[in-house]
Design a protein around this ligand. Structure first.
Ligand code: TPP
Length: 590
């Protein structure tokens, strides 16, 4: 409808074509190749919903609340690697959307969020009153700290540019959510086509790869005897997993991963150290600590990855870090010997060339002693420490499911808690075929089920498994209805310990009791699922575990597998505050 106006004023015809604000929004969706929008409805997004429905083939995905829509959008964006559109109504729609938007912000997921707003004439403005309009809330200020940008469009002439800017910002640089607040009168207003401001061009200027620093890094790799790469979510965001593997495999550098980086390097690869940090393996953490060159790529060196003593992340050695975000480098928690500010994929391509030019001799044997030490640690420090139990072990359930879907393309989503950590420990990930979706920076219970929905919509052919704790499941359990309504083949594995157990464990460890987190009354989740129309099975014994899981996974369509697990199972080993990475706790002292 709106053309890319070159800025030449056209003479206004008497009958100049009037363009509706809501149509401008739709035009922008079409220009940005939006195929689906994730929404929860309300009056103040009504005008746009009407245009989508009646003027386009864009599919409207409507889960059962804003969190459901937000997390589905987030998973869809992660898998399609394009900004997802998430739309909510003003007031309660906006406040319910805050949590998934924060999640997208902290995990760098591109999203364009349209929030309805009361008409500009009904807005409180700077008056000393709480509200003027019904369901009025100050969306822009609420969203500012949790978005790349958050703005309101009050002047219809600016709408086309505002929409383009939102898509551009969401997908450029370190990606993230952008909120556009649209008052009713802007959505419903009309203007002659010529009166809209001409579209501005946006072009991205990514920082250039600093050749000298890449040479330095290559030289350091040449000198190192105990190198380790810590791969983060930036590898996945920049699509750099092939380049990472090329460098790691050729130069025999072990790779550990943060939670958002899982799958950057295959879990089963001989150089893989799996997950690091507070809930990672002892051998990954030992390797980081003892390394003489730790290379962080697309990772924040967050507390969860390096522990609470950042200056002592490595015992004796250099730390280099590649990151697209200059702020992260300049304010790195872990002191850096080398900062490289550029895209991860471009850096890895340049690094590989620089390493080739160095023509390092004896690459295969150079790190042999180091790799042997790591192999010994892998044997010495098992991932799975726990007491024998009458009920199935959660680790065993996850490993069994993993073995049953071995040859498939799989997307796994999780909630937050102990189970969120057992999944990367006991399930194999490797991009692009085995993908983990989990709430990393914000750590939100209830991400699980709606993320599985978005994932299934993005990748309908992949096997879709949602591992979820009983606590997390109940945050967005209503989305079982969306699964049934859309006939989504999602296998939901509920690990039910009748506790909010990761917090219970933390409380027991610190205060010797666990008020409000243990011994929870739970309903029979299998019957709840059946009431929604999702077939379900219950597993409460170890006998025939594999066969029961196999039969459930084989069923066509959605299934909920309700597994009773031992509430006494603690997450161990674990890196506690005040400990260096070589000093994980393996048993509780209480
Ligand atoms: C929305 C939200 N509220 C509270 C928390 C704090 N929290 C983190 S994990 C957790 C317990 C999770 O319980 P469950 O899903 O049953 O997992 P489990 O630890 O038992 O595996 C809580 C309360 C959170 N992360 N997110």
């Amino acid at each position: 409808m709106l053309k890319n106006n070159p800025g030449v004023a056209k003479p206004k015809a008497e009958t100049a074509k009037q363009v509706l604000g809501a149509d401008v929004v739709l035009d922008s969706f079409l220009r940005n190749r939006v195929k689906k929008v994730f929404i929860f409805p309300g009056g103040t997004i009504g005008p746009i919903l009407d245009r989508i429905e009646n003027r386009s083939k864009i599919e409207i995905v409507c889960p059962r609340n804003e969190q459901g829509a937000g997390y589905a959008a987030l998973a869809y964006a992660r898998l399609t690697r394009q900004p997802a559109v998430f739309m909510v109504t003003s007031g309660p729609g906006v406040t319910n959307a805050v949590t998934p938007i924060a999640d997208a912000h902290f995990d760098n997921v591109p999203m364009v969020v349209i929030t309805g707003q009361v008409g500009t004439g009904d807005m409180r403005g700077s008056l000393p009153v709480k509200q003027r309009g019904f369901q009025e809330v100050d969306t822009v200020d609420l969203m500012k700290p949790i978005t790349k940008a958050s703005f309101i469009v009050k002047d219809l002439r600016e709408l086309p540019n505002a929409m383009e800017r939102a898509f551009f910002l969401a997908r450029s640089g370190r990606q993230g959510p952008v909120v556009i607040d649209l008052p009713m009168n802007v959505q419903r207003g009309t203007l002659p086509e010529e009166d809209f401001l001409p579209l501005e061009n946006h072009s991205e200027t990514a920082p250039a790869v600093p050749a000298d620093k890449i040479e330095t890094l290559a030289r350091w790799i040449g000198e190192a005897e105990r190198p380790v790469i810590l791969a983060g979510g930036g590898i996945i965001a920049s699509g750099a997993w092939r380049e990472l593997r090329a460098v790691a495999d050729r130069y025999r550098i072990p790779v550990t991963m943060s939670m958002p980086g899982m799958g950057a390097y295959p879990s089963q690869g001989s150089l893989s150290l799996g997950l690091c940090g507070y809930a990672g393996s002892q051998y990954a953490n030992m390797a980081m600590y003892k390394s003489d060159l730790l290379i962080g790529i697309g990772t924040t060196f967050h507390l969860r990855q390096t522990g609470s003593l950042p200056a002592r992340t490595v015992e004796k050695g250099r730390v280099a870090r590649i990151d697209l975000d200059i702020g992260e480098l300049e304010h790195s928690r872990v002191p850096l010997d080398l900062q490289i500010n550029a895209d991860a994929r471009e850096c890895l391509v340049a690094l590989e060339s620089a390493l080739k030019r160095l023509a390092m001799p004896n690459v295969k044997s150079r790190n042999a002693a180091w790799l042997k030490t790591i192999e010994d640690w892998k044997k010495k420090y098992p991932l799975w420490i726990g007491k024998p139990a009458r009920l199935p072990k959660p680790q065993e359930i996850i490993e069994t499911v993993n073995s049953l879907v071995k040859d498939k393309q799989v997307v796994v989503s999780t909630g937050v808690g102990q189970h969120q950590v057992w999944v990367p420990r006991h399930f194999d990930f490797s991009l692009p075929d085995r993908i983990l979706l989990t709430s990393s920076g914000h750590g939100t219970m209830g991400y699980d089920l709606p993320a599985a929905i978005g994932a299934k919509i993005a990748m309908p052919k992949a096997t879709n498994i949602c591992f979820v704790g009983d606590g997390s499941l109940q945050m967005n359990i209503q989305e079982l209805a969306t699964i049934v309504e859309r006939k989504l083949d999602i296998k939901i594995v509920v690990l039910d310990n009748h506790a909010l157990n990761i917090v219970a464990q933390f409380q027991r460890q610190n205060w010797k009791s666990h008020p409000s987190t243990g011994d929870k009354y739970n309903p029979d989740f299998a019957r709840i699922a059946q009431a929604y129309g999702v077939p379900a099975v219950s597993i409460a014994s170890k006998t025939g575990l594999k066969e029961k899981l196999r039969a459930a996974l084989k069923r066509k369509g959605p299934v909920l597998i309700h597994c009773q697990i031992d509430p006494e199972e603690d997450l161990l080993p674990m890196l506690l505050g005040g400990h260096t990475l070589d000093d994980m706790t393996t048993e509780w002292s209480f």
